[in-house]
Design a protein around this ligand. Structure first.
Ligand code: SF4
Length: 130
């Protein structure tokens, strides 16, 4: 069995990032560069979700493949429209604004609540601001 065929037939363990619960999932991928999601099911071995997954996760393929999917951070321009920026620029600019709020009002004035994949970005920002 070649590598591509083998990976297409495997269910890979991961976690859903569509909300803060991060349910355990098993995902099968293929055939477009092995990135197309062709199957999603709950991971029964996950200690918290124990195989549960909701309707949103069942449509992961739609979220991954839709033409409207954002592929980079978007910065709002003065006229209200948006322009794509790279991640380094986005994190630097958001960090600068958080630091300005911290300087003016104190660190206790900043609160965030988030989950799923958003946590990684927020943690990166938190390290830069604190
Ligand atoms: S499967 Fe549903 S409940 Fe679980 S993390 Fe994803 S979106 Fe949230």
């Amino acid at each position: 069995m070649d590598c591509k065929t083998e990976s297409q037939n495997e269910w890979k363990k991961t976690a859903c990032i569509l909300c803060s619960l991060n349910c355990g999932l098993e995902v099968k991928t293929g055939p477009v560069e092995n990135r197309e999601i062709i199957g999603v099911r709950g991971d029964k071995a996950h200690p918290i979700s124990q195989g549960y997954y909701c309707e949103k996760a069942k449509r992961l393929s739609y979220y991954q493949s839709t033409a409207d999917r954002l592929t980079s951070p978007m910065r709002r321009k003065p006229d209200g429209t948006y322009e794509p920026v790279d991640w380094d620029t986005a994190i630097r600019e958001v960090t600068e604004r958080f630091l300005a709020v911290k300087k003016k009002f104190g660190g206790e004035s900043i609160f965030y609540y988030g989950g799923g994949g958003k946590v990684i970005t927020l943690l990166a920002l938190t390290r830069k601001v604190s």
